[in-house]
Design a binder for this molecule. Sequence first.
Ligand SMILES: *Cc1c(COP(=O)(O)O)cnc(C)c1O
Length: 454
Amino acid sequence: MTDPSYLEALEFLATLLPELAASEAETPVRPPLPLAEAAALVPAISDDGRPLSEVLATLRELALRTPLTTTPRFFNQLFSGRDPAATAAEMLAAHLNVSMYTYKAAGPMVLVENALLDHMLGVAGFRAGEGTFTTGGSLSNLLAVAIARNEAQARGGEARQWALYTSSAAHYSMPKAASILGLGRQAVRRIEVDEQGRMRPEALADQLRADLERGVRPVMINATAGTTVMGAFDPIEALADIAHEHGIWIHVDGAFGGSLLLHERGQQLFAGLERCDSLTWDAHKMMGVPLTCSALLLRERGALERHLGEDADYLFQTHGPEVNPGLRSIQCGRRNDPLKLWAAWQRHGDAGYRARLQRLLELRDHVVARIDQHPELCMRHTPESLNVCFEMAGVSSEELCAQLNARGLAVVGHGQVGERSTVRLVLINPAQTEAVLDEFVTNLVAVGIELRDA
Ligand SMILES: *Cc1c(COP(=O)(O)O)cnc(C)c1O
């Protein structure tokens, strides 16, 4: 007989989730919860425990006070929206609770993962390649640096000093990877960017020449495809030329921008990818599946098993390596993250995602036109992807963002563009509309005028 308390939990969800969805539609921005009030929602763990019904009631209270990330007024991070097929698959994954290391433990779910990886490799142009799902772009990047370092070591032994080349606008997971892997943060060369936030290839070539003369060994060149603040794309082709000239591993951090490979605009931005060694691609950003869902893809097959495949006869007991992905993973126990992406992709198809990206680019153009037309507002770059960085004359971007959030109008963040602190709007929710964006601009200007006159 099914455990009655599990049925109670399922019934709780069946009631709560529609309630939450209705409340999100009603109040798309929850006013920020004062920290002092938050503590009251988090009872201590006791020796005796509590009845399930009480725990479920606490979960409900917590859920109702948690910031909303799925509504069209959430522009704060590089993810938003909610995909029905993906969310259902995610819940199913929690129910099934398989671990994605072996066919024995995960059965057909391994074939789902393999099919998905093959599809993504095809989109990336890495048809003879391989891939693995990780817990996020940071881990995909870490793994890429580890593989690049191991491959460089295998070719030329240890070095006194290593260097990792990435732009000054790159994600902080790069210095973190250098730190974790023992290369040291000082190994990271933060190469200058142009006014659009793209790495300058000449600056890279100069730094590389200086390092090589001093006997420093390059580990990797990282090209960012969609920087965190500006959404800028480093010139992959030019960076690949430099990498090939010196035999250096070239990685593309497409944690944010990877999904744009599904759109012809994005394919242009990714020109040269087929000459790169590895690609980080987060599906929990532009593809709208629940956190986390990230893949590391490699152009050639073999490196994953070379550096991650360990003999563990207590685990790998049946079937061949192709259906035992634990041999190619940085993890042992691993959540079934591919299932949600596969379910969403089954539903939308490539064309559905292409249309979604087209729509998001149109919404971006719409809001950029509004900003350009507005006498109080000023764009601070020419957007290449879905990030729009702008300022209001005479108003602090930090203060503007804080006030929009406090008043329940929008959740939006600020980011540094050169010397300027800008409002950074990320257009990533397919439920976004022109009307919401127009209202956002109107509200922002009204709040800004109030702040300026205060
Ligand atoms: C988001 C992002 C990351 C980190 O990915 P997580 O999944 O958040 O760990 C790395 N690089 C870039 C360019 C990103 O946008």
